[in-house]
Design a protein around this ligand. Structure first.
Ligand code: KG4
Ligand code: ZN
Length: 342
């Protein structure tokens, strides 16, 4: 915007197993996006070990921030605010990012803007879809969350559906482990399912009677485990690829079905997806097809902005900054922070 001063935000994300920092200009332009992943470290244990995650964050965070500033060709003196994920997530992991953000903001006397991790995932959609503005419906599918969210305005959300048990990504990870694919399972199931038959095995699709937009993935997960045990007991071999493809189809059908019903019921003409599972090729294809059939505009971030990153936190922080959100020097990590809470 001519004549108006640019707003540069340094954003920090450390809620799970990625140490990430980014510089975002005016909410939609990503000047840098540095991610140090700990996946190799946690693979040994088949999942994220919280204590190890915290220790790795503290080791990496300064280098990651330095790199983000260098890549963006800015210094701390150019910044207008510091944004940071303060929940939900692993408390020890969150504390590293929160303490770091507070130290930088305090030293440079900059506004401190705490961001909800899911608000970050949703906001990832603004990066590459410059025309996207609220209101829209967003399906957030990550390793820790499965939410259907009405994005009413920037910073104003209503959660209309959520998982009753496992998150979608968690189900992918658990099934991958059961069929011997290792951690993290989502991308591996996605890849293998391309070689399998999605109609080979019928896995259950849970619908919750009194809550049409809620999800449940523990049933499909148990059903996969039972199927494998059944094959083993009968001395039969099973096809990893068919299990992967059939399981992915069962999950995707429910995600798309609930999202479409909600979009129609609430009258949304725009639908976005977000979170690690939003990079799933089966989900993207099925959602795209359903949106075309229902004349709904479909938005999704590139895979790098689907999984945890700090650019999405910088975007969310920008809109919170414009809305006047400022956190004090007493900002703490909030492991169970609810979307919409301050
Ligand atoms: O958003 P994210 O990076 O972290 C959380 O906030 O939880 O999501 C990580 C999750 C993991 O469960 C991972 O298996 C899943 O996203 N995931 C995928 C794919 N890529 C990542 N699941 C299905 N298909 C994928 N291509
Ligand atoms: Zn996430």
């Amino acid at each position: 915007m001519a004549g108006e001063k640019d707003v540069l935000i340094l954003a920090i994300e450390s809620s799970c197993d990625e140490t990430a920092a980014a510089v975002v200009k005016n909410g939609r332009e990503v000047l840098s996006n540095v991610i140090s992943s700990q996946i190799e470290l946690h693979k040994l244990y088949g999942g994220v070990v919280p204590e190890i995650a915290s220790r790795k964050h503290i080791e990496k965070i300064n280098q990651v921030i330095e790199q983000a500033l260098t890549d963006a060709n800015v210094t701390l003196d150019d910044l207008d605010a510091v944004g940071v994920t303060y929940g939900p997530g692993l408390v020890g992991a969150l504390l590293v990012g929160v303490a770091e953000a507070k130290a930088i903001a305090y030293a440079k006397q900059l506004p401190l803007v705490g961001v909800h991790h899911i608000e970050g995932h949703i906001s990832a959609n603004y990066i590459e879809n410059k025309e996207l503005e609220p209101p829209f419906l967003c399906l957030v599918v990550s390793g820790g969350h499965t939410h259907l969210v009405c994005v009413k305005d920037y910073g104003t959300y209503e959660v209309i559906g959520r998982t009753r048990d496992d998150a979608a990504g968690e189900a992918f990870d658990k099934v991958a482990r059961a069929i011997g694919l290792g951690y993290p399972g989502g991308p591996k199931i996605d890849k293998l399912s391309k070689e399998g038959n999605p109609d080979a095995i019928v896995f259950p699709k849970a619908h919750i009677e009194d809550a049409p937009y809620d999800f449940s993935f523990s049933g499909v997960k148990s059903s996969v485990l039972n199927y494998i045990n059944g094959c083993k007991m009968k001395g039969e071999t099973y096809s990893q690829a068919d299990i992967a493809a059939s399981f992915q189809k069962a999950v995707v059908d429910v995600l798309v079905g609930n999202a479409m019903r909600a979009a129609k019921e609430y009258g949304f003409s725009k639908l976005a997806i977000a979170g690690g599972v939003a990079s799933n090729s089966g989900l993207r294809a099925a959602m795209q097809e359903a949106c075309v059939a229902n004349q709904i505009a479909f938005y999704h971030p590139s895979p790098v902005f689907c999984t945890d990153n700090a650019a999405m936190i910088g975007v969310a922080a920008y809109y919170e900054y414009l809305n006047g959100t400022r956190h004090g020097w007493d900002l703490n990590a909030a492991a169970n922070l609810k979307l919409g809470e301050r």
